[in-house]
Design a protein around this ligand. Structure first.
Ligand code: E4P
Length: 219
């Protein structure tokens, strides 16, 4: 499972990129507003493309099909690594079908049930993004949706990749991997939590103390 960062914050991304394990990025208008309100979305996305050499998702906000198609073409022209995010409703599905035929890569966003993913995949989307945390927020099992989509895509050899999104804590990352997601996108704080275990910290402290003791005995 690939690890992507869910952020529009270039500094966070630079910090996370130094380990070489982040291979893509997802952004959305809310992340842009949080990280860089008042800036130009294109500039933010192009800067992100200069930090991570992999798929970078940037989201459309148009409301009608022609508007979505036009916006998707415009966003895709910003950089060769861009994947255009389109939400899955009736207009979104038609737009996905139209722009996918032009070779534009689409990440279908705001997916909450397997039928939406099945439609997006058949319309030509490259990625489908079930939102785990937002389902958990309303007492539904978000990760079950990820597993169901993976099973359906496997059974019918659908090439779209399942991108587990809206992950809120490190256990979600483990569960996404167990469910067979191709990619997990996560906030920087969740990525940082993947490193951590109190026994690692305690073990390192003990080894350090013992190394100091051993060195003393020798001198
Ligand atoms: C990913 O593509 C989404 O933008 C993101 O994961 C949404 O996360 P949230 O539900 O925490 O806002």
């Amino acid at each position: 499972m690939k690890l992507w960062l869910d952020t529009a914050d270039a500094d966070e991304l630079r910090a996370a990129s130094r380990f070489g394990v982040i291979s893509g990025v997802t952004t959305n208008p809310s992340l842009w507003a949080k990280a860089a309100s008042g800036t130009d979305y294109r500039e933010v996305v192009v800067e992100i493309c200069s930090i991570i050499d992999g798929p970078i998702s940037a989201e459309c906000v148009a409301q009608d099909v022609d508007g979505l198609v036009e916006e998707a073409r415009k966003i895709a022209s910003w950089h060769p690594n861009i994947v255009v995010k389109i939400p899955l409703d009736e207009n979104g599905l038609e737009a996905i079908y139209r722009v996918s035929k032009e070779g534009i890569k689409i990440n279908t966003t705001l997916i909450f049930q397997p039928n939406q993913a099945l439609l997006a995949a058949q319309a030509g989307a490259t990625y489908v993004s079930p939102f785990v945390g937002r389902l958990d927020d309303i007492s539904q099992e978000g990760m079950t949706v990820v597993g169901d989509i993976v099973d359906i895509f496997d059974r019918y050899n659908l090439p779209a990749q399942v991108l587990a999104a809206s992950l809120r804590h490190p256990l979600h990352v483990i569960q996404a991997a167990q469910a067979g997601a191709h990619i997990a996108t996560m906030p920087y704080a969740v990525f940082q939590a993947m490193f951590k275990h109190p026994l690692t910290d305690a073990g390192m402290q003990k080894f350090l103390e013992d190394a100091r003791k051993a060195a003393k005995v020798r001198t």
